[in-house]
Ligand binder design. Structure first.
Ligand code: ATP
Ligand code: MG
Length: 419
């Protein structure tokens, strides 16, 4: 016996109960996003490393610490995708989608990879659902996307949802602000945590995220970008807010909202759930008006979000994620049993004919005695059991216990009729 091979650290297997909950969520995404004009898209799970270095940003935690990067046999540097927006924008440029009516609206679902310390709700392979609207800077797209994610979380039963919202302005206005912030941090560097001090030049915004007491004190009276938005960015932000207000969507404007990706401009937002512990983020996103250009396309505005499928299910108390009653077992129309000496081919053929007429059918496939088979049919709550014997078929009504000889056609008719 060889040593047991286990799933790699930070990965998990999806077993049927949880698989059913995931498929139900996928169907919900398809319905909700499809109804708003978002079409399904898929991009490769690995891309040129360059895409993320340029798109996500070389200074971000994702690119610096969390990517699974490898060389292929041709010496190319590839990376398992840590997020979806960069790949979608690459595809937008690669397929000349700027020639389509704008905005191009896409949604996706699939595996993503980040090399981080695994814990509940934080994995090295996880699933995201995401939506993007590329080709227009209309504030109704920001509001629409926020409302769609809110709706998905509500339909999925995610408890204690909160929405935080901010604007990061344009890169130019942000650069001016960052200089101001750096000056503030430098002036009180001795009060900051070592980590923040080290990242001061590269990513001073991260200081807003710090739990370090001294850093928090310094940040309490740090300048806020939201107070310094240029007029057009301020107007855009006000429009997004007015649309959310009109829709009755609650949110909190949070000037300290930091997102872990460099490509955001203007609107940023994050949904959290009180039902989650430390990993409270269920989904987030924002506007990325320079990303397409960064990836070699024309300057094209865009906005989108991504949400963690596992965190949604965790926060909704879905089966397999928390103690919840098991979902109702799928209906079984007929169980095809075999009496001793029965022809296995005839039994299989009957099961096949039943399945071809659309019935949900199980058959004996584990060498049980006839008694064991009837017990199994009962466990599965089969509506009918067809017992194939040497002399023909007996049809048993599992509700009344009544049993009578029946031709194959009669079995098909009874199962089709249901009751
Ligand atoms: P966190 O602050 O929890 O690290 P993040 O800001 O890195 O989240 P995003 O890049 O915004 O997350 O990704 C969107 C969503 O994807 C998150 O809100 C979360 O639900 C999910 N997610 C991100 N990283 C992981 C992970 N390692 N495992 C499971 N889900 C994740
Ligand atoms: Mg993260």
């Amino acid at each position: 016996v060889g040593a047991r091979v286990q799933a790699p650290k930070g990965t998990f297997d999806v077993l049927p109960e949880q698989g059913a909950a995931r498929l139900a969520l996928l169907a919900r995404c398809e319905r909700t996003l499809g109804a708003a004009g978002y079409g399904p898209a898929e991009t490769p799970v690995f891309e040129d490393t360059e895409l993320f270095a340029r798109g996500v940003g070389a200074a971000t935690d994702i690119v610096r610490k969390e990517m699974f990067t490898f060389e292929d046999q041709g010496g190319r540097s590839l990376t398992l995708r840590p997020e979806g927006t960069a790949g979608v924008c690459r595809a937008y440029v690669e397929h000349g989608m700027h020639k389509l009516p704008q905005p191009v609206k896409l949604w996706y679902w699939g595996p993503f990879f980040r090399h981080e310390a695994p814990q509940a709700g934080r994995y090295r392979q996880f699933t995201q659902v995401g939506a993007e609207a590329i080709g227009s800077d209309d504030p109704s797209l920001d509001a629409e996307l926020i409302l769609l994610l809110a709706e998905l979380l509500r339909e999925s039963g995610v408890a204690g949802v909160r929405l935080r919202l901010a604007s990061l302005a344009s890169p130019e206005a942000r650069a001016d602000y960052l200089d101001e912030l750096r000056a503030h941090l430098r002036a009180r560097a001795d009060e900051l945590s070592e980590e923040v001090r080290e990242r001061l030049e590269l990513n001073p915004l991260r200081a807003f995220d710090s739990a370090h007491e001294g850093t928090r004190r310094v940040m309490a009276d740090a300048p806020r970008l939201l107070d310094r938005l240029p007029p057009d960015d301020a107007e855009h932000f006000a429009s997004v807010r007015a649309l959310l207000d009109a829709a009755g969507q609650e949110y909190e404007v949070d000037a300290t909202l930091v997102r872990g990706l460099d490509y955001y401009t203007r609107t940023v937002f994050e949904f959290t759930s009180d039902a989650l512990g430390a990993q409270s983020g269920v989904g987030g996103g924002g506007r990325y008006d320079r990303l397409v250009e960064e990836l070699g396309g024309e300057r094209t505005p865009g906005v989108g979000w991504a949400a963690g499928v596992e965190r949604i299910l965790l926060a909704a108390g879905a089966p397999g994620a928390a103690a919840e009653p098991a979902a109702a077992a799928p209906r079984v129309d007929a169980y095809v049993a075999r009496a001793p000496g029965a022809d296995a081919v005839a039994a299989f053929a009957l099961a096949t004919r039943l399945r071809r007429q659309g019935a949900s059918v199980r058959l004996e496939q584990a060498g049980r005695s006839l008694k064991g088979q009837l017990k199994q049919a009962g466990r599965l709550r089969a509506r009918w059991t067809a017992i194939v014997g040497e002399e023909g078929v007996e049809l048993r009504d599992m509700e009344t216990g009544e049993q009578r000889p029946a031709s194959a056609d009669e079995v098909l008719a009874a199962v089709r009729a249901g009751a």
